[in-house]
Design a protein around this ligand. Sequence first.
Ligand code: GLV
Ligand code: MN
Ligand code: MN
Ligand code: MN
Length: 417
Amino acid sequence: MGAGKAVQNASLGEEIVRRVNELAAISEGGDKLTRVFLTKELRAASNVILGWMREAGMSAHLDAIGNACGRYEGEQPGAPCLMLGSHYDTVRDAGKWDGPLGVITAIACVADLNRRGKRLPFAIEVVGFADEEGVRFASTLLGSRAIAGTFDESVLNTRDRDGVSMRDALIEFGLDPDHIGAAARARRELLAYLELHIEQGPVLEARNLPLGVVTAIAGATRLAARLTGMAGHAGTVPMALRRDALTGAAECIAAIEQFCRTDEDELVGTVGYIQARPGATNVVPGEVSFTIDMRAPTDMHRKRAVADVVRQIEAIARRRNLVLQLDVTHENRTVPCAPWLKDQIAQAIAAEGFSTFELPSGAGHDGMAMIDIADVGMIFIRCRGGISHHPDEHVELADVDAGARVLLRVIEHFKPR
Ligand code: GLV
Ligand code: MN
Ligand code: MN
Ligand code: MN
């Protein structure tokens, strides 16, 4: 590698890190990063991203669900595209890399091509998906599902924790809930979908490797549970007569943890949100809602585990005389990455002088939705301590550089199937 190229690539990484920090400053408040679907902060972030896309030589627009979409034409205008993407929404109290790194790195690669006046035999599109995390409404991958044409209109009626429906939130954001179909793309428009993302786990770090080739994205099931008992006076209702929804939920949550812990094969289960009503010190809780997130390396394993957990929760509710309502709010199958894309990513990693290593993704990604209209490939970048969905999420500049170089090489050497 010549000295000139090394200098240029180092600045590519620095620019990416600067932008990751710039985007992280757009937050719903407090000193931690939170930027969920259809908020004014998400809107502000989309404007910044669209500006970066235009600066990089792309035409750019906000699509019908709020995805930031940029297009860099190839040698012939109107050619099918290699789509690069990731999400720019975050979880609550998030790290700044999960999601935006993939969008910003893709834009940086296009900017580099544009500076060199280089056009490819295909177009490049970069998408910043507006909702991957699914933390505001019950469903997830809403940005990529809209592009894949699999957006389920029934989620428009779901409400966030403040009671705002997705339909109203879309209108407030400046979008038309009745025209989300306009975001959909056809399979023939895409040559492939590629995503660069932090690993969000400890495997690459343990192996002392900056980069990995993703083999598959693990499936996930999300459920919403509601237990209804009987609210009452904390001083007068005898313990034996109580129908306490919160102690019932506590027993369910402990059972889920115990069940997943005793599984030998990487089953994970999480209750990440709980709300007790009416919610007062001196009132026996009459109603409790909580979420369940379950994942396993294979779909069969996950489905069996979900069925077992549901049976246990039903039994606990029955024994405690609580009414149970349990809904599956989200179900995603395990998505394999395409072997031909894995090969091209591995070749680029090797050509940049790194060892190639394959690993699965335990976290969800937009590729889970994009698989319906394109083959999917993913590059993982090492993160510190495997920490993610936490403010301490961190990626080293050298690894950002390495990832950007590899992505650029994949793009420049890309051979459609
Ligand atoms: C989002 O990051 C998820 O994997 O649920
Ligand atoms: Mn992510
Ligand atoms: Mn995430
Ligand atoms: Mn994710």
